[in-house]
Design a protein around this ligand. Structure first.
Ligand SMILES: NC(=O)c1ccc[n+]([C@@H]2O[C@H](COP(=O)([O-])OP(=O)(O)OC[C@H]3O[C@@H](n4cnc5c(N)ncnc54)[C@H](O)[C@@H]3O)[C@@H](O)[C@H]2O)c1
Length: 360
C-alpha cells in the first residue's frame, strides 16, 4: 500500500473486449471509492497480442515491474487468434504472469445469479454455487513452449510436483472451510483427476488424501474427470469446491461458466502466496469486439474478488464489505431484469454497466 493508504492496482486491459469490460470494472471501483474509506491508485500498462504486434514482445519489462510493485493486478483478456508466435501458438501474457508470480491457485467461482437462465433444467430452483480451483503453474501447461514436434510426432510432458500440489490443496481446504463458515451447508472439497489411468494423477490424489487428513472437518470426495463432467451437467448443485490439474481446470471451468449463463458471467482469480491477478474467465471474444455487446459481469465480479483478497491480505474489513456490495449490486441488476445479449437479451456493455452502477 502506498503512503496515502491508497491500494495500488496495476491495470492491464489486454486485447479485444478486454478494455471494453475493464472500463466498467474501474467505474465500479471509483464508485466504491466515493462511498467508502477505500482509496485506489490505478496504473495502466500494456500486455497482449496488440502489444506483441507493435513491439515483438507479449508485454514490456515495465509491465512486470509494475505488477511486482502493485497491491493487486487487474487483467483483461489477452490474445487474438490472428496474432501468433512463429511456432503458431498464441500470445498469452496471462499464462506468463501465472508462471512469473507463481500463481498456483486459479479460483473460478460459478454462481448462478437469480434471474440468469442456465441451460440446466431446474437450476433456477436448485441453484448453482461452486468453485473450480485450477492449478495454474504446472500440469500439462508446464510444457508450454517446450513441446517437441517433429514431422512424425509431438510430445508434451505433464508435470505434477509435491511443492505446488501441497500448497494447492491447503489453499483449497482453507477455501472450503471459509465457505462453510460463511454458511455453506452440505459443502466440501472434491479432488478431480484421472488417477485410474495415470501415475501422475495417482500421486496427485495421494497428496490430496494426506491433506484431507489434516482437515477432517471438511467433507471430501474424489472423482475421475470424465465422470465428473457428466455429473456437473446433471446435478451441478451437488458441488461446492473442486480442485484439479491445470488442463482439466481449463476445460471444466469454461463448462461451469456455461452452466451459469455464459463466459461473460464468470469471474476468476489467479492466486499465489504473495501476488494475485484478477481476470474474467473469458477470452477476447474477437467475434463481438468493438460492438458494445460484451458482458462486463465477469470482469466486475473479478474486481469484487480482488477486494475480498485485499481484505484478507491487509485486514481491511471495508474492502471485504465493498466486494460484497458489488456482488449484491450485480444480483440486483439481474433481479431487476437485465438480460445480456450474450444469452439472447437486449442489453449490451453500457446497459449492464449502468444497471450495476445504479444498484451500487
Ligand atoms: N484469459 C485470457 O486472457 C483468455 C482466455 C481464453 C481465451 N483467450 C483468447 O481469446 C481469444 C478468443 O478465444 P475464444 O474464442 O476461444 O474464447 P472467448 O472466451 O473469447 O469466446 C468464446 C465465446 O464466448 C463469447 N464471449 C466471451 N466473453 C464474452 C463476454 N464477456 N460477453 C459476451 N460474450 C462473450 C464470445 O463472443 C465467443 O462466442 C483467443 O485469442 C484466445 O487465446 C484469452
Amino acid at each position: 500500500m502506498s503512503a496515502n493508504n491508497a491500494l495500488h492496482i496495476a491495470v492491464l486491459a489486454g486485447d479485444g473486449i478486454g478494455p471494453e469490460v475493464m472500463a466498467p470494472a474501474l467505474e465500479m471501483l471509483r464508485k466504491i471509492e466515493a462511498k467508502s474509506d477505500l482509496k485506489f491508485r490505478f496504473t495502466e500498462a500494456p500486455a497482449g497480442a496488440n502489444h506483441y504486434r507493435e513491439t515483438g514482445k507479449s508485454m514490456p519489462d515495465s509491465t512486470i515491474r509494475l505488477c511486482e510493485e502493485a497491491d493487486a493486478i487487474l487483467l483483461g483478456a489477452c490474445g487474438l487468434p490472428s496474432v501468433r508466435y512463429p511456432d503458431n501458438t498464441e500470445i498469452m501474457p496471462q499464462v506468463e504472469l501465472r508462471f512469473h508470480f507463481d500463481l498456483y491457485a486459479g479460483v473460478r467461482p460459478a454462481r448462478l445469479i437469480p434471474g440468469v437462465p442456465s441451460p440446466i433444467v431446474r437450476a433456477d430452483q436448485r441453484g448453482i454455487d461452486l468453485v473450480v480451483i485450477r492449478e495454474s503453474t504446472e500440469g500439462l501447461f508446464a510444457s508450454m513452449g517446450k513441446g517437441v514436434v517433429t514431422h512424425e510426432e509431438a510430445r508434451e510432458t505433464l508435470v505434477i510436483t509435491r511443492k505446488t500440489s501441497e500448497r494447492l490443496f491447503e489453499f483449497s481446504f482453507r477455501l472450503a472451510e471459509r465457505r462453510k463458515a460463511r454458511g455453506r451447508v452440505n459443502g466440501g472439497l472434491t479432488c478431480v483427476d484421472k488417477a485410474n489411468v495415470f501415475k501422475a494423477f495417482a500421486f496427485f490424489r495421494e497428496m490430496f488424501d494426506e491433506a484431507a487428513q489434516r482437515h477432517p472437518e471438511v467433507k471430501t470426495d474424489r472423482l475421475y474427470v470424465d465422470a465428473c463432467s457428466a455429473m456437473l451437467v446433471k446435478r451441478p448443485w451437488d458441488f461446492d469446491v473442486m480442485v484439479m490439474e491445470n488442463m482439466f481446470g481449463d476445460i471444466l471451468s469454461d463448462m461451469t461458466a456455461g452452466l451459469i449463463g455464459g463466459m461473460g458471467m464468470a469471474p476468476s482469480a489467479d492466486i499465489g502466496d504473495r501476488y494475485a491477478v484478477f481476470q474474467p474467465c473469458h477470452g477476447t471474444a474477437p467475434d463481438i469486439m468493438g460492438q458494445g455487446k460484451a458482458n462486463p459481469t465477469g470482469m466486475i465480479l473479478s474486481a469484487a474478488m480482488m477486494l475480498d483478497w485485499l481484505a484478507d491480505k491487509h485486514g481491511l474489513e471495508s474492502a471485504a464489505e465493498a466486494g460484497e456490495t458489488i456482488e449484491r449490486a450485480v444480483d440486483k441488476a439481474y433481479a431487476d431484469g437485465i438480460k445480456p445479449i450474450e444469452f439472447g437479451g437486449r442489453n449490451g456493455t453500457a446497459d449492464i454497466t449502468k444497471a450495476v452502477l445504479a444498484a451500487l
